[in-house]
Structures are given as C-alpha cells and as structure tokens.
Design a protein around this ligand. Structure first.
Ligand SMILES: [Zn+2]
Length: 315
C-alpha cells in the first residue's frame, strides 16, 4: 500500500525501508518481552537515521555506499575493513556514518591490579587508588547560554524560517554539551580499561537516583548504562575484567578499614567517619575502597558470584 502512494520510496535504496521494518520488529519484540515500552513513530528532524547494506568499500578518508556513491569523510577511516552495513544519521545539522568492525584484543600493560570505581555527585568518579576524575566543568557556561537562547526564541512562530534557524542553533549547542560529557566519560573508561587488570563497579539503581537531581546531572542523561557499556567493550578490547557488584552492597556505609556498617549516611556527609575504629576519609574514596575489596575476593561481600555477574552483564 505504501509504495504507489509515496513516490519517494523508489528514490532511496530499498534497504533503508527494509532496515526500518527490521528495527520496528525488534522494537515490538522488546515491547512484548516487557524490556521496553511501545515503539514511537519516527518524525522528520528527530533522530534522523537510515541503514544501508550491499557493496560498501572503505578508502582512506572516503567511503562508497550503494545508490549514493563515494562520500568524503572528515575523519580518517580504519583500513582493511569490510563493513556489511552502515548507518547514516544527522544530528544538529551534521552527518555521521557508523559501522561495526571486528578488533582483536590488544593487551596493555596494567599498572594497577584491582580498582574500585565510585561514581559520584561532586566528581565524575573516584578510584580506590585515590585518583579523582572531576568530569567536564566547562559545559556549565554553555548550559547558561543554552537557556538564554531558548528564552530569547520563545516567541518565534513554529516552523517559520527564523524558528528553524534558532532551533538549529539550540540543537548545535545541545550536542556540543553532550559531546563534552561524552568525551569525559570516554577518557575515564579508556583510562580504566587500559591501566587496570580488574575493575569493580557498583550496579546503580538509576531510576531511583534520578529522583535526586544533583546525581542526575553528574552522571547525566547518558548515564550509568553508557558508562557500563563502554567499560564492557573496552575491557574486552584491552584484556581487563569487569565486576559489577550488587546494588544493595552498602559500599558507602561500610568502613573500609574495619568493616563496620553504618546505620545511615546522608548525601550531604562528604567525609566518612567510622564510630567503631575512628577511621575517617573522603566518602567517595571510602566507597571505592570497599568496591575494590569486594572485587578482589572472587565471591564478593554480598554473595554475588561470577555467574551472577555474567547475568548482570547480559542484562
Ligand atoms: Zn572502622
């Protein structure tokens, strides 16, 4: 029914609608399995993307696509790769092309054996080695600029030429802020996977955490799942292992020196003080030390064994 009514159907490669239908079927499957909600309709100008397959060849800084032909890329492409399909997307006026490639594990020399990582409110991450990743700060200024831009353009008529111009400006600023955050997260996960043979992180209750706005901002919309996803593949790439500790493990309430567990610890308490042995240190550092300890024994303190970890990873 679609084809005769929509002439554009014949202008594009036939794989673009095929993949769209395939993605739709996957989305419905996820919905029926109660993994996610109902798929939403696509809308022009929002998450624009399509997938192509067929004969694709990759050059130094160009790529040949079916129906479209050679396209120059800004970035230098990896050599000796043969992608089966590519996805082209448009974001804030820029075009992106992405494809999967296979990579062998590159073992790097690890300076630290076990490291615990605590994702925090004030800083992006605190490692049990004492290192602190502050995270990107520079985007705060951009956020002020963004809200000003949104305020100034609040009266523009929707879909008008000027509205579209303003929308593009806003979208560009949005993606700039997202990129700054992304960059900080990538730097952190690469550093962890390259220099530590065993990484222990906590499984965070993200939906519960989002009720706390400060936390929501620090780990952000991209969130904990993106952090875990990056660590997961980078650990495979650099030959290190990842342990995810159960979310009910009291990493911040436990004393890392004597093992005493506090009754309660409010978010405003930045320094951990043990009533039992008198130990005191930075709250996030204490939590990361506990995570490192939980990970160094094969069965962690909360009774999570490797099978559980594997299951959690798959989830
Ligand atoms: Zn103690």
């Amino acid at each position: 029914m679609v084809k005769p009514k929509n002439y554009w159907y014949y202008e594009v490669s036939k794989t673009a609608p095929q993949y769209a239908l395939r993605y739709l079927s996957e989305a419905w499957k996820r919905c029926f399995n109660r993994v996610s909600g109902q798929p939403k309709f696509k809308k022009k100008g929002r998450d624009d993307s399509f997938t192509l397959d067929g004969s694709i060849s990759v050059g130094f800084n160009q790529i040949k696509l079916p129906r479209i032909g050679w396209i120059k890329t800004y970035e230098v492409l990896p050599d000796n790769v043969n992608p089966k399909s590519v996805t082209i997307s448009k974001k804030a006026g820029r075009w992106f092309i992405s494809f999967k490639i296979e990579k062998e594990t590159q073992m790097t020399e690890k300076s630290v054996d076990v490291v615990g990582v605590d994702l925090g409110i004030k800083s992006l991450a605190t490692l049990s080695t004492g290192e602190v990743f502050e995270g990107a700060k520079s985007y705060r200024k951009l956020e002020a600029k963004l809200s000003r831009l949104q305020y100034l353009n609040r009266h523009k008529t929707k879909s008008s030429r000027n509205w579209k111009k303003a929308q593009l400006k806003i979208a560009k600023l949005h993606s700039k802020i997202a990129n700054i955050r992304k960059d900080a997260l990538h730097k952190l996960t690469t550093y962890l996977a390259k220099n530590h043979s065993h990484i222990v992180i906590e499984d965070l209750n993200v939906s519960g955490m989002m009720s706390n706005h400060k936390l929501a901002k620090a780990i952000g919309s991209m969130g904990f799942y993106e952090f875990r996803r990056q660590l997961d593949y980078k650990c495979q790439l650099y030959g290190s292992s990842l342990t995810i500790v159960d979310r009910w493990f009291p990493s911040s309430k436990t004393c890392s020196r004597c093992g005493f567990v506090k009754e309660s610890l409010s978010l405003s308490e930045r320094v951990f003080k043990c009533e039992h042995c008198g130990f005191s240190c930075d709250r996030d550092l204490n939590a990361s030390l506990n995570l490192a300890m939980a990970g160094s024994s094969s069965v962690s303190a909360c009774g999570l064994d490797n099978a559980d970890v594997a299951r959690l990873k798959q989830e």
